[in-house]
Ligand binder design. Structure first.
Ligand code: SF4
Length: 387
């Protein structure tokens, strides 16, 4: 059976570059947004037309800050997707957003064009942490954004929080979690702060302006979050993600099940027809190559494709294991694995799996292999040994 694809769209614009951010995103390029929308529509047409009509069951508009696009621009992008793909009934259409952009009129318009899942970058409920990140919103803007989204008709909201922030105490983190729970999101994503090369935050830590994140404290924060979110009826289904029952992010499940997702836009990543690829980073170059484009690209490549690697069987197995073990409830279904690769998962890594099962890091039965609560703390070691 051919499973439907997911489509990722990368919107590479932001108003302000947050101090921790290493995503492919640019400020002060608002004049390029409209030419970019036209270029993205062109790329969607190429991806859609270079293969027999494909079924999609999720679309994810990420970035960057997709909420810098008008509802009309988003509508044209979605119309291009609908004309080039079979968007299945009930498809999940997610969009990331910055709280400062979310008025109730904008939310109602975005909901009306078909976006049915909204991710709001809350990041913290503590003003000092939002200032450290140079986020362009305060807590009040987050509360108003959630109100606007609800008023606009969104019943599937994700809120993101970051933990392990320099100078953040366990009490600060507890406060962020409490405020988040008061906002009653259907889905929560928690990210441990990473100090990324080239970011101001990394420089500040390296020069001693701020202390380095404390790994032990971050582990305590993770445990606290697990207790608080679980206690509020949000079930953990992935190492960093919790949701109300049935509202897991279908798009991200596609990644963790290692299933196909073409990606479009500058700096997008994609995986389709056995090819893993990334696109050119510069929005200016992206607009230029898409304008000058000729057809005849071999799916999933487009004029914007930069790097592309054909994934061999061993790599596909390794990626399927690493991604699948992130799914804390679902794990890796042994029958699905056998159908995909023609052999039982336990025959691929018999000794490693037996050893980790014996030490209580992996749970194994006739149907699944999955990571245990104890294994989650050592997940990097388990993943490394399995590839
Ligand atoms: S809003 Fe998001 S994508 Fe933009 S700079 Fe901040 S963290 Fe990065």
């Amino acid at each position: 059976m051919i499973s439907p694809s997911s489509l990722y769209l990368h919107i590479p614009f932001c108003r302000i570059k947050c101090t921790y951010c290493a995503f492919n995103t640019y400020v002060n390029l608002d004049n390029l947004i409209e030419p970019f929308v036209q270029a993205m529509i062109q790329e969607i047409k190429i991806v859609g037309s270079s293969k027999d009509r494909q079924q999609l069951h999720t679309v994810y508009i990420g970035g960057g800050t997709p909420s810098l696009l008008t509802a009309e621009q988003l509508q044209r992008i979605l119309a291009a997707i609908q004309s080039e793909f079979d968007l299945l009934p009930g498809s999940e259409i997610s969009m990331e957003s910055n709280p400062s952009d979310l008025t109730s009129d904008y939310m109602a318009s975005v909901r009306a064009i078909g976006v049915n899942r909204l991710s709001i970058g809350m990041q913290s409920a503590n003003e000092s942490e939002l200032k450290l990140f140079e986020r362009r919103h305060d807590l009040n803007a987050v509360i108003k954004a959630v109100e606007a989204a609800r008023k606009g008709g969104f019943d599937n909201l994700n809120l993101d929080l970051i933990y392990g922030i320099p100078q953040q105490t366990l009490a600060d983190w507890e406060n962020s979690l409490k405020v988040l729970l008061q906002l009653q999101p259907e889905h929560v994503s928690l990210y441990a702060l990473g100090l990324e090369d080239g970011t101001p935050l990394k420089t500040w830590v390296e020069t001693g302006k701020y202390p380095a994140p404390d790994d032990d404290l971050a582990a305590d924060m993770y445990d606290l979050a697990t207790d608080m979110l679980g206690g509020a009826g949000l079930a953990q289904y992935e190492i960093s993600n919790w949701s109300k029952p049935g509202l897991e992010c279908k798009h991200n499940l596609q990644y963790w099940r290692n299933l196909p997702y073409p990606g479009v836009g500058p700096g997008a990543h994609g995986y389709a027809d056995g090819v893993r690829y990334s696109t050119i980073l510069s929005p200016q170059r992206y607009i230029k190559v898409m304008k000058e484009t000729q057809n005849n690209f071999v799916y999933p490549r487009t004029p914007a494709t930069d790097q592309a690697v054909v994934v061999d069987r061993d790599s596909e197995i390794a990626e399927t294991l690493i991604m699948g073990l992130r799914l804390t409830q679902e794990g890796i279904d042994r029958e699905t694995f056998r159908q995909r690769f023609g052999e039982d998962l336990l025959d691929v890594h018999p000794e490693t799996i037996a050893r980790y099962e014996k030490h209580g890091l992996l749970y194994v039965d006739d149907k699944v292999v999955r990571i245990t609560t104890k294994g989650r703390l050592l997940s990097n070691m388990v993943f490394r040994d399995l590839v």
